[in-house]
Design a protein around this ligand. Structure first.
Ligand code: ZN
Length: 273
């Protein structure tokens, strides 16, 4: 991508029930760059909406359903999870989306290495299906907000090394919550960019970044809920400074409850640095 784009997680609140064409109008009035389509409750979009989204020149990403667990004990749950990711990626290609993201699975009390191998195997199946269908979009496991969910930074970087179309979606607020308040300083943010930039160098990950950020409330168990930036201790300012210093390009999706207001806040701060 040619710059850092600021996206809302779903349609701006002001859209009400007016649908995607109104959402894109609002985003362009606010000088935001696009949105992440929220398929979190299911891969559902009408043909009419699909046409509208496809024809918009704005940046699009998609969040796949929450009901995904590539480490499920039941075979049918794994199959359904694979299908949800494949369907999301297929629609992403149809509408010209930049990438898709998903929470890959849960540890279910199992050994970390074993879970990694399982998720790697299932991701291989997903990549094979997508390749066979000629679907070429980034599929991105997201760094998750709770220690019970698979997906710390290390695991996601390692998985990205194994597959051509896998890259991380870094949810910085999740990392902050997952580690009960750490990962919130300029140096820690810089280390994340350094690590991803170096370890995944061949894919130019800092030119093709997909990030989530929001204010966040957490406990020792990790993420509790999203908050607006001003109500949270999340250090978005130093994070944006690191984005700038590393010249990161791609999409930042703002997931604060006040969606468009915080998207504007971070956009304005970024350009003020
Ligand atoms: Zn997510």
């Amino acid at each position: 991508m040619d710059k850092l784009n600021f996206l809302t997680a779903g349609m701006p609140i002001k859209t009400g029930n007016k649908g995607y064409s109104r959402a894109f109008e609002i985003l362009s009035d606010l000088e935001l760059n696009g949105l992440e389509l929220e398929f979190v409750r299911g891969v559902r979009i009408s043909d009419e909406s699909k046409e509208i989204v496809k024809n918009s020149p704005m940046v699009k990403t998609i969040h796949a359903p929450f009901y995904i667990n590539l480490n499920a004990r039941e075979e049918e749950k794994i199959e359904a999870s694979i299908n949800r990711i494949v369907e999301t990626a297929t629609i992403a290609q149809e509408i010209g989306a930049f990438s898709i993201t998903y929470h890959a699975g849960f540890y279910l009390g199992m050994d970390k290495d074993k879970v990694y191998q399982t998720i790697k195997t299932q991701t291989g199946i997903i990549q094979d299906i997508l390749q066979k269908n000629n679907v070429k979009v980034w599929i991105r496991p997201e760094t998750t907000g709770k220690a019970t969910q698979w997906g710390d930074l290390e695991e996601i970087i390692n998985l990205s090394k194994e597959f051509e179309y896998v890259l991380p979606c870094v949810d910085f607020s999740h990392l902050h919550a997952r580690y009960n308040g750490i990962s919130n300083t300029y140096d820690e943010f810089a280390q994340i960019f350094e690590k991803i930039g170096k370890e995944l160098e061949e894919k130019s990950p800092l030119e093709n970044f997909h990030a989530h950020m929001a204010g966040i409330e957490y406990t020792s168990k990790g993420e509790k809920q999203h908050l607006n930036f001003e109500e949270s201790d999340f250090n978005y300012k130093d994070l944006l400074k690191a984005f700038k210093d590393f010249d990161v390009k791609g999409a930042i999706v703002c997931e604060s409850p006040n969606i468009e207001d915080d998207a504007k806040l971070i956009r304005d701060y970024y350009y003020s640095i």
